[in-house]
Design a protein around this ligand. Structure first.
Ligand code: 6PG
Length: 476
C-alpha cells in the first residue's frame, strides 16, 4: 500500500497536519529527522487512521504514490532548504513539494523556480490556525502552479476548516502568492491584536475596570459585528486568574510583546510596494516599543505626561464608543492589507482574487471573523474595488462610528494613553478621504532644495521653479 500524501517534520504543526490527513481517510507517509518522533506519532495516534512511518527520507519518498505530495513542515529558512536538498534527488518529474511553514515569500519564489528546473512542483502554502487548526481544520493558502492544485487542492480542501460547508482553502496564485497572502494575514493579525489591546487599555484606564470586567465586555462584543476568534480568546484570557498569585492573569505577564517576524516582513514589503499599511506598521512598532527596555527605563518618570484625568460619566456610552472605534480601525487595517495584496498581485503577476482570500479566512485561521463575509461580498460587488473602505457596506458601517472614533482618539491623546493603531487608522481615514493634502507643500519643498520638480493642478506637465534665482517657472 502506498500513501496518498507524506509529511516530513513532525513537530507539533506537522504532527497535527499528518493526523488531520489520516482522520480524513488518507494513508499518510510520515518522517522526521529523529525517528523517535515518528514512532511516537504512530504509537500515540495510530487510531486516527493509517500512517506509514519511515526512518529514512528515501524510504519515506518511496512509500508515497505518484505524483507524490510531500508536505514539508520544518522551520523556515535553512532547515527548509536542507530538507528540499535532500528531497530533490529522490523525487520524480511531476511530484509536488508543499512548504506549509511560515516561509518568507521571496524564498518561496526562489525555491519554486529551483524545483521547476527539476520538473517538480513547489507549493508554498500558508497554513493558519495554530496547533488546534492544523488538527481540526486550518485555513490553507496554497500557491505554486495551477497544475499542482488539480491533484493537491481536493486533499487540502478536504482537511481545511469549513464555513457553511465551504472549504477555507483555495488556490491563491503562482510561486510566492500563497506565502505572501499568509504574510499579510499575519500582518492583519498583528493589527487586530494591537487594536484589541488598545481597546482593553482604554477600558482599563477610562473605567478603572478590572480585567475580568473588561473580559465580560469583550464577551458581549463577541455577539455582534466584532465576533471573531481574537475577540473570543481575549474575553477568555482577561477572565483567567493566575493560579499562583490569584491576580488576573494578564496583570502578571511582562508587558513586552515579541514576534517571530511575519509582521516585520509585512511592513518591509509595504514599504517596498509603497502601500500605506499604517495599522500593521503601528502594531509591529508597538511590539518593538514594548520591548525597548533601555528607552522605557530612561523615559519612565522622566518624560512629563501633562495629561488630563479620565472622567467617564456615562459608562455604557464610553464602552460603545470604544467598540465603534475598534471596529472602524479594524476595517482600516483590513482595507490596507487588501491594498497590499492587490499591489503585490500586480507587481508579481499573481492575479489574486481578494474576495476569495476573505472567504478562506472566515474559518480556521487566527483572524477568522464574522465580518469577513462582508469583505467577500464587497469584492463580489466589485472585483476591482480600489479601496475596501469605499465599498457601500463599509462606508456606512465605518461612517456611523466616526464621531465615536474621534472622541476616543481625542480622549486617549488628552489623557495620555498610547493608541498608535487607533490614532493612525483614523489619520489614514482622514488622509485617504481628504480633498486636498499638504503633500503639495512637500512637493514645493522638494523642488526648492533639490530641484525635484512638481506637477500643477491647472495644467499638465512637470515643472521646476528657479528658487535661488528669479523664481521663474520652467516646464521640464
Ligand atoms: C497563524 C499564526 C501563526 C503564528 C504566528 C505568530 O496564522 O496560525 O499567525 O502563524 O502563531 O507566526 O506570530 P508572532 O510570533 O510573530 O507573533
Amino acid at each position: 500500500e502506498l500513501a496518498q500524501i507524506g509529511v516530513t517534520g513532525l513537530a507539533v504543526m506537522g504532527r497535527n497536519l499528518a493526523r488531520n490527513f489520516a482522520r480524513h481517510g488518507y494513508t499518510v507517509a510520515v518522517h522526521n529527522r529523529s525517528f523517535a518522533k515518528t514512532e511516537s506519532l504512530v504509537a500515540d495516534h495510530g487510531d486516527d487512521g493509517t500512517f506509514l512511518p519511515s526512518e529514512s527520507m528515501a524510504d519515506f519518498v518511496a512509500s508515497i504514490e505518484r505524483p507524490r505530495k510531500v508536505v514539508v513542515m520544518v522551520k523556515a529558512g535553512g532547515p527548509t532548504d536542507a530538507v528540499i536538498d535532500e528531497l530533490i534527488p529522490l523525487l520524480e518529474e511531476g511530484d509536488i513539494v508543499i512548504d506549509a511553514g511560515n516561509a518568507h515569500f521571496p524564498d518561496t519564489r526562489r525555491r519554486e523556480e529551483r524545483l521547476r528546473e527539476h520538473g517538480l512542483h513547489f507549493v508554498g502554502s500558508g497554513v493558519s490556525g495554530g496547533e488546534e487548526g492544523a488538527l481540526n481544520g486550518p485555513s490553507i493558502m496554497p500557491g505554486g502552479s495551477a497544475e499542482s492544485y488539480v491533484t493537491l487542492g481536493p486533499i487540502l480542501e478536504d482537511i481545511s476548516a469549513k464555513v457553511d460547508g465551504v472549504p477555507c482553502c483555495t488556490y491563491v496564485g503562482p510561486d510566492g502568492a500563497g506565502h505572501f497572502v499568509k504574510m499579510v494575514h499575519n500582518g492583519i493579525e498583528y493589527a487586530d491584536m494591537q487594536l484589541i489591546a488598545e481597546a482593553y487599555d482604554l477600558l482599563k484606564q477610562g473605567l478603572g475596570a478590572s480585567a475580568a470586567e473588561i473580559g465580560q465586555i469583550f464577551a458581549e462584543w463577541n455577539t455582534g459585528d466584532l465576533e471573531s476568534f481574537l475577540i473570543e480568546i481575549t474575553a477568555d484570557v482577561l477572565q483567567h486568574v493566575d493560579a499562583e498569585t490569584g491576580s488576573a492573569f494578564v496583570d502578571v505577564i511582562l508587558d513586552r510583546a515579541e514576534q517571530k517576524g511575519t509582521g516585520r516582513w509585512t511592513v518591509q514589503n509595504g514599504l517596498d510596494l509603497g502601500v500605506p499599511i499604517t495599522g500593521i506598521a503601528e502594531a509591529t512598532f508597538a511590539r518593538a516599543l514594548s520591548g525597548s527596555v533601555p528607552q522605557r527605563t530612561a523615559a519612565a518618570g522622566v518624560l512629563r505626561a501633562e495629561a488630563g484625568a479620565w472622567d467617564v460619566t456615562d459608562r455604557d456610552a464610553f464602552v460603545e464608543d470604544v467598540r465603534l472605534a475598534l471596529y472602524a480601525s479594524k476595517v482600516v487595517a483590513y482595507s490596507q492589507g487588501f491594498d497590499q495584496i492587490a499591489a503585490a498581485s500586480e507587481e508579481f503577476g499573481w492575479d489574486i482574487d481578494r474576495g476569495a482570500m476573505a472567504r478562506i479566512w472566515r474559518g480556521g485561521c487566527i483572524i477568522r471573523a464574522r465580518f469577513l463575509n462582508r469583505i467577500t461580498e464587497a469584492y463580489e460587488r466589485d472585483a476591482d474595488l480600489p479601496l475596501l473602505l469605499a465599498d457601500p457596506y463599509f462606508t456606512e458601517s465605518v461612517g456611523n462610528g466616526v464621531p465615536a472614533w474621534r472622541r476616543i482618539v481625542s480622549l486617549a491623546a488628552l489623557n495620555g494613553v498610547p493608541t498608535p493603531a487607533f490614532s493612525s487608522s483614523l489619520a489614514y481615514y482622514d488622509g485617504v478621504r481628504a480633498d486636498r493634502l499638504p503633500a503639495a507643500l512637500v512637493q514645493a519643498q522638494r523642488d526648492f532644495f533639490g530641484a525635484h520638480t512638481y506637477q500643477r493642478v491647472d495644467k499638465p506637465g512637470v515643472f521646476h521653479t528657479e528658487w535661488s534665482l528669479d523664481r521663474t517657472e520652467t516646464a521640464q
